[in-house]
Design a protein around this ligand. Structure first.
Ligand code: MN
Length: 408
């Protein structure tokens, strides 16, 4: 009797989770900075580092954390156990191959979490090249393995995500079969990983629309995507997937990850938030924490952020160009798509240099305590534009010396 009740409750629970998510009409984010991100050469994290990043991701409003690969090392299990204890909010999942030992290791890492907050992310490759050369298994054998392991995982986990590795090189007709079977076996979400980052936005739309129309039970699971940035299309592909109705976008902070990295979560978040009327989707991410989170990840992984990185780069609110400087001083929105405070960045900075314009020079000199008349200002500009690069390293000194020379 009790067992039957539990079974019923379990089924209802899954339905409840799915309905709740759909009602929100939002894009959910799954972060894999701690797993795919850490796979980037040189990006090893300590356990303390992983916990600190997981806390920051929870405060940012990320829905689930792909927190590690439990079977790979005891330290992975230790890190995940600490994340479960110390980080409240997101669902914590562990990556598993289609092996019972992997699922058992994930359970060991996550057993202290509530059933709503723990999950496994099961994957197996489905593309012909992986089937023939890596797995040496037939299409049907792979489907049997998928069903067996999803059912096994469902005994211990309510949240069971399934991902078809190298989905973007898998025959569409076979993917339909794979997802249909995975959902029937009890997967709560089915994922489309573009493992090699070979997709384009047009192909993403075509493929995901095809899958939605042909996987007959697709309403019974959430749909997730995972893109890589090999052609710089990680963000564009994620947005294309959202327009196809995908529920969950997986990515990393700063776009860390294998090879050219993963979809950068901060970019997708801002693209949706700033184009709300187009996407008509809610995002429960606190955008003002994007820059601080990016900085923390850069510091702890030791992988610096490119200066002009979209959304979080150091120089995106600086300008050295005269026309932009003049505009920004008159009204900041003349030359910025969003204000620094929207992403938790620093103030707008006018960088003095030979491309600066009259307005910027005038403003800077006033700050330094000098009011120049038109003639003096023109004279000063004509002198400083030809100053050597080294002199521009300390622009205030250069300006003060030039003023002194003009007025002597
Ligand atoms: Mn990946």
């Amino acid at each position: 009797m009790l067992r039957k009740f539990k079974e019923m409750a379990k089924g209802k629970l899954k339905e409840h989770i799915l309905n709740h998510r759909r009602r929100q009409n939002s894009v959910h984010f799954s972060d894999t900075t701690l797993r795919d991100g850490e796979q980037m050469p040189g990006a090893a994290l300590t356990i303390d580092g992983k916990v600190a990043i997981a806390k920051a991701l929870a405060e940012l409003g990320i829905d689930s954390l792909d927190a590690g690969f439990p079977i790979a090392a005891e330290s992975e299990i230790q890190a995940m156990r600490r994340i479960v204890r110390e980080v409240k909010g997101p669902v914590i999942t562990g990556l598993c191959r289609m092996r019972k030992a992997d699922i058992d290791a994930a359970y060991e890492a996550l057993e202290e979490a509530s059933i709503f907050k723990r999950g496994v992310s099961l994957f197996i490759a489905t593309s012909p090249i992986h089937r023939e050369h890596k797995l040496r298994k037939s299409k049907n054998e792979i489907i049997d393995i998928i069903c067996e392991h999803i059912q096994y995982a469902r005994e211990k986990f309510e949240i069971v995500a399934f991902g078809a590795e190298d989905a973007s090189r898998t025959e569409l007709s076979y993917l339909v079969e794979v997802y249909t079977n995975a959902i029937d076996a009890g997967a709560t979400s089915v994922g489309y990983p573009d493992t090699l980052g070979i997709m384009t936005p047009e192909k993403v739309r075509y493929t995901l629309d095809y899958l939605r129309d042909n996987v007959h039970n697709n309403e019974k699971a959430l749909h997730a995507v995972h893109f890589h940035n090999d052609y710089g299309l990680g963000t564009a592909n994620a947005l294309a997937a959202i327009t196809s109705g995908v529920d969950v976008v997986q990515g990393t902070i700063n776009g860390l990850g294998e090879r050219a990295g993963n979809t950068a979560i901060e970019e997708v978040v801002m693209a949706i938030v700033m184009n709300e009327s187009q996407y008509k989707k809610k995002v429960f991410v606190d955008t003002t924490k994007l820059v601080p989170t990016s900085r923390l990840v850069a510091e702890l992984t030791g992988i610096p952020v490119t200066k002009n990185k979209p959304v979080v780069g150091e120089t995106i609110f600086q300008t050295a160009a005269g026309i932009h400087q003049d505009g920004l001083m008159k009204h900041p929105e003349t030359y910025l798509p969003f204000m620094p405070e929207k992403v938790g960045g620093e103030e707008i900075e006018i960088i003095m240099g030979k491309h600066s314009g009259q307005a910027a020079f005038d403003a800077r000199l006033r700050k330094l305590g000098f009011e120049l008349d038109k003639e003096e200002l023109a004279q000063l500009i004509s002198q400083v534009v030809d100053a050597p690069k080294a002199a521009w390293e300390d622009p205030d000194k250069l300006l003060l010396e030039t003023v002194a020379a003009i007025r002597s």
